[in-house]
Write a protein that binds this ligand. Sequence first.
Ligand code: SF4
Length: 372
Amino acid sequence: MSMQLRERGLAVKLAERIREESKRVLSEHGGDEIRIMNFCGTHEWTITHYGLRSLMPPWINLIAGPGCPVCITPGYYIDVLVDVSFEKDTVVLTYGDAFKLPGSRGKQPRSLFHAKAMGGNVKVVYSFRDAITEAAREPGRRHVFLAVGFETTMPSTAIPLAAGEVPGNLYVLSAYRLTPPIMRFLAEAHPEVRLDGVIAPGHVSTVIGAEAWRFIADEYGIPVVVSGFEPLDVLLSIYMIIRNLAEGKPRLMNEYSRVVAPEGNKYALNAMWEVYEARDSYWRGIGVVPLSGAVHRPRYSGHDFFESTGLRETVTDDKHPGCICDKVVLGLAKPTQCPLFMKACTPGNPYGPCMVSSEGTCRIWAENTPLL
Ligand code: SF4
């Protein structure tokens, strides 16, 4: 299947159709540009890695969106966990993706990578199941798991928590963020992004369902398509948006129907909302976004990191001087507009959060754009 979805001849034909149809849309509906945002970092990887922008006519602008959970994880969470990693009988557990994410304190904010190098007790795990294994193996030590992610990863903690499978010495710092609220925020607070189409995330939609994105078409009049991740998936999604623009009746479409159901995954959703509830939450460098975070409901507060420590969630100044990652995340700037890109900020030595994770736009552009 994946090889068929990378077939070069089909890609070229689709690109030709996109060119012809989009030209007609602009001549009939006016305007000189069609702006399409791909929400997801993995879509950005497909677009950049396979050079899909080079197949587009100059009037189609593919804009990377906010779909990198590591990029928007508050610096305060890292500051706190760096401190915690030096406490007696405590282990901080993180995904590798967030290991080098800088915090917000001081001139050179520390990451968990730095904390480990300085003697802090930090371990990288591949999954929450691994975190459970680590905590069960050392019942005398407190383990704190940094839960970074969107709705795609929320079930990984919610299901074991709901099933009572999490040892009492394992605490979760929920850095989870919800994806539809940030797109609503973008439409409301940043109309200057001026979107003509949205490519909605496929993995997230596997959990929350395609219907979760209907509001973009119905309330904001923007065509939206749930897309798969192969090059032909993305090209077909662009074509579906262009066709929908030609029709003039914005609607929700599902290009990824081989995986995504309209209602999502009920088992995962039930577990998620059994354990978590939505709350206004801070996105790094961007601000507080209504009902965009997930906190543990009271009956699961025994495993909540903040509840267990008495610490309060705090917003700190976590924008590093010179870094424009907040603008990159919101589609208001490209990585190459940052003066630090591939100079003071590289994949090996990330200065800003968009260079840390493989889903960060700066990191994707750094690793996949020829001749940089
Ligand atoms: Fe920030 Fe680095 Fe991206 Fe510049 S290149 S915006 S410093 S993450």
